[in-house]
Design a protein around this ligand. Structure first.
Ligand code: PMP
Length: 376
């Protein structure tokens, strides 16, 4: 029996685009390349290839999704490791040295990996503090993670507690703040912003992420974390990522008057089509599932209004129904709400998998009826 896996967020959705345009991204790496650990000894992030730093600034400039002026760029093996680097930097800064580990909080539903990463090494520097919405931030310094658009529910978010108490330090995870998923309403401008190639272009396997960091001391500490844990980031991957981002940026510059023709435009169209199919499939199942509604917003990059088409569908079932168990009974594996700090009435499905998988998922979801407790 074929079981559709919608648990992970493996971003294969853009593969057809890259099959068509892959030739533009070819680079040559010779035997004598990448012999040194160092790339740019004068830069805060000394292992970062200057080409990658320039390409990152360029792509943010053309897309308009983040302010890079005055920011230091720190590269990571995906943004996953940069989250840990940021935790290290924030929990060891002189203003937050505390007898107790600093709490790390995020409004529920939160990206399940934050909790796992915070708890993995049972650090004395920080520990998981749960849902930011119910967290009392008045007692001691803490760290709040803000994911916007949010994984799993696609909502656009601002800090829940950090700005209310003055004790909170913020990490903004903007992995999905790209026009393939959401209208770009303004350049994000926060102290620590995490981005990743994984969700921007879909090249998860290249393992390249970056942090835009305002405070030079924080950027240095994050770099130290990278130095001690991995002595930098693969230069081969950095050069490839730089090429891909340059190709994407150039495409945007060339088609400035018609964003639909760019990588982001084509990807947005694909995502919007998938969302239309999903909404159509659950349209007559309101007694079983509901999906969040996302208002249209004006996208500065595209020059038009459109509805967000998030990377994940966040299904809500009626009270008493276990959403992921229901999906599993129909051979669709999803990630249940409890993983994200909320009820099992919710489950997350990936909208960014391969086309044939998505089509099969739509077929299956179309056949689902709600299973009451006694039928389970
Ligand atoms: N942040 C969020 C919100 C994510 O969904 C992901 C990927 N699932 C990441 C960070 C990490 O991405 P990567 O390590 O591949 O850069």
């Amino acid at each position: 029996m074929w079981v559709s896996t919608f648990c992970s967020g493996d971003p294969s959705v853009f593969e057809p685009y890259w099959r068509k345009n892959g030739g533009k991204c070819t680079i040559t790496i010779s035997g004598h390349d990448s012999l040194s650990y160092f790339s740019d000894p004068n830069s805060v992030c000394w292992y970062m290839e200057p080409e990658l730093q320039e390409a990152i600034r360029r792509v943010h400039r053309v897309v308009g999704n983040a302010e890079t002026e005055g920011c230091h760029v720190v590269a990571g093996t995906g943004s996953t490791v940069l989250f840990q680097a940021a935790l290290y930097a924030l929990s060891t800064s002189s203003s937050s040295v505390a007898a107790e580990p600093m709490k790390v909080v995020c409004a529920a539903p939160y990206y399940s990996q934050y909790k796992e990463q915070v708890e993995l090494l049972q650090s004395r520097l920080y520990e998981w503090g749960g849902d930011a919405e119910t967290f009392d931030g008045s007692a001691a310094p803490f760290i709040e993670v803000v994911t916007s658009p949010n994984n799993p529910d696609g909502s656009l978010r601002e800090a829940a507690v950090a700005n209310k108490t003055g004790n909170g330090k913020l990490i903004h995870d903007l992995a999905y703040y790209w026009p393939n998923y959401t209208p770009i309403t303004r350049p994000a401008d926060y102290d620590i912003m995490l981005f990743t190639l994984t969700k921007c272009t879909g090249h998860a396997g290249s393992r390249i992420g970056w942090a835009l960091v305002k405070d030079v001391e924080v950027a240095k500490k994050m770099t130290t974390f990278m130095q001690i844990t991995t002595i930098g980031v693969s230069k081969d991957s950095q050069l490839r990522a730089a090429k891909i981002l340059d190709v994407v940026a150039e495409d945007c510059e060339q088609h400035a008057a018609d964003a639909d023709k760019t990588f982001f435009g084509e990807s947005r169209k694909l995502m919007a089509e998938r969302w239309e199919k999903l909404r159509e499939a659950v349209k007559d199942k309101k007694d079983v599932f509901t999906l969040p509604k996302y208002p249209k917003r004006y996208c500065n990059f595209s020059g038009r209004y459109f509805q967000p088409a998030p990377a994940f569908g966040w299904l809500e079932c009626k009270e008493g129904c276990d959403a992921s168990a229901l999906m599993k009974a129909h051979n669709v594996l999803t990630r249940g709400g409890e993983t994200f700090g909320v009820s099992s009435r919710y489950t997350r499905i990936s909208m960014i998998g391969r086309e044939e998988e998505f089509e099969r998922f739509i077929e299956r979801i179309s056949g689902i009826q709600c299973v009451d407790e006694e039928d389970e």
